[in-house]
Design a protein around this ligand. Sequence first.
Ligand code: PAN
Ligand code: ZN
Length: 192
Amino acid sequence: MNVMTPFQATVNLQNGVIQPAAPIIERRLSHMRRMYANTAEAERILTEEGDRLIYEVYPADLPEEEGHVLYCTTIIHPGTIGGEFHMTKGHYHSKRDRGEVYMGLAGTGGLLLQTEDGQTHYEPMVAGTVAYVPPYWAHRTMNTGTEPFIFFAAWPGDAGHDYGTIEELGFAKLVMQHENHAIVTDNPKYGA
Ligand code: PAN
Ligand code: ZN
């Protein structure tokens, strides 16, 4: 039996920074240039404006093993690409029957989910929203506001992350800016 010493960390509720944490993960537009529906606009931004920082993740320094509960904060910076809100890559868990809990800490955002048998779902999130990701649902978050959108997540240590399925097929729905709010539309390229 491997008994870990208990510990605590602090989440800064204003900026999402966890201390102590493992090294921060940065996701820039170049890491997800084909994930936005308007790929031409993504390429234009990369060429003319540079490699935008879309989101950052502060992961807990914990073993990715059965029995542990992993956690992190995610900070999605505000902005759109061709009208589509800044978002995470999104993934299924490699072990599909592993769920997750998200809690909004600051800003305004959304959680887009889908199953492999074609169900889709969208939950708006603000500070204090606890959104549950049940087993089998792919999940992606987006910033639908004008300030950083920050949320906390906790999930089983052996869940694993399958990014490839989403990289290949995308999400069936897009979350787009329409006047001053978010609308969920069909992704014309889904599965294409
Ligand atoms: C979250 C996500 C995090 C970043 O902790 O990993 O928000 O999104 P991507 O992993 O899709 O880049 C989670 O769902 N963990 O399982
Ligand atoms: Zn997850």
